[in-house]
Design a protein. Structure first.
Length: 180
């Protein structure tokens, strides 16, 4: 084993997939790219980490809602570019030719071009760590979408694409919730 510089340790656990989070404030839709998120349980409950450095932060604090949209590898360049500009001065739906769709339970928009969208309510905010706790209230998937591979950030500007699936469902069956 060779010692890894501590400032690169996060790259070993960098979560995936990279997602797009939409918010709406004052009737204005916004999108941010984020890879710092996690599943918290099967209910489903999620966490994402962002702070005042992101334009979407104010909308999350004020409106307590968002949509987590799951892009696929064919959208990778757009996903990265979305993460390099601010909603403060950029209409990201327009600039990146994305279609906002009306959500069922939140004001934030679904993204038509994504494989899936999850409408969420913010149920808690842990200020010390800039962690938003989200409860999903509605989920959508495009069953006709051919491209289904997602992208995963390595944390250094490079990405990994989903690959082959290995199925150990029978071994894990006792740990899975009903219907999964």
């Amino acid at each position: 084993m060779q010692e890894l510089p501590l400032n690169k340790a996060f790259m070993l656990l960098e979560p995936g997939p990279v997602v797009l989070v939409t918010t709406n404030i004052g009737g204005k839709n916004n999108i941010m790219t984020i890879s710092w998120h996690m599943v918290m349980d099967f209910t489903p409950k999620f966490a994402l980490l962002t702070g005042s450095w992101n334009y979407s932060y104010e909308a999350l604090i004020k409106n307590k809602e968002c949509v987590i949209a799951v892009p696929t590898v064919d959208m990778c360049k757009k996903v990265v570019e979305i993460g390099t500009c601010s909603g403060l001065d950029t209409d990201k739906f327009k600039k990146y030719d994305l279609t906002p769709l009306k959500a069922k339970s939140v004001k934030s928009a679904l993204i038509r071009e994504c494989l899936a969208n999850i409408e969420c309510h913010v149920t808690d905010y842990i200020e010390k760590h800039n962690i938003f706790i989200l409860d999903a209230v509605c989920a959508w998937i495009d069953p006709e979408r051919k491209e289904r591979r997602t992208i995963h950030a390595n944390g250094d500007g490079s990405f990994v694409i989903d690959g082959r699936t290995i199925n150990f469902r029978t071994l894990m069956l006792s740990k899975l919730p009903p219907g999964v």
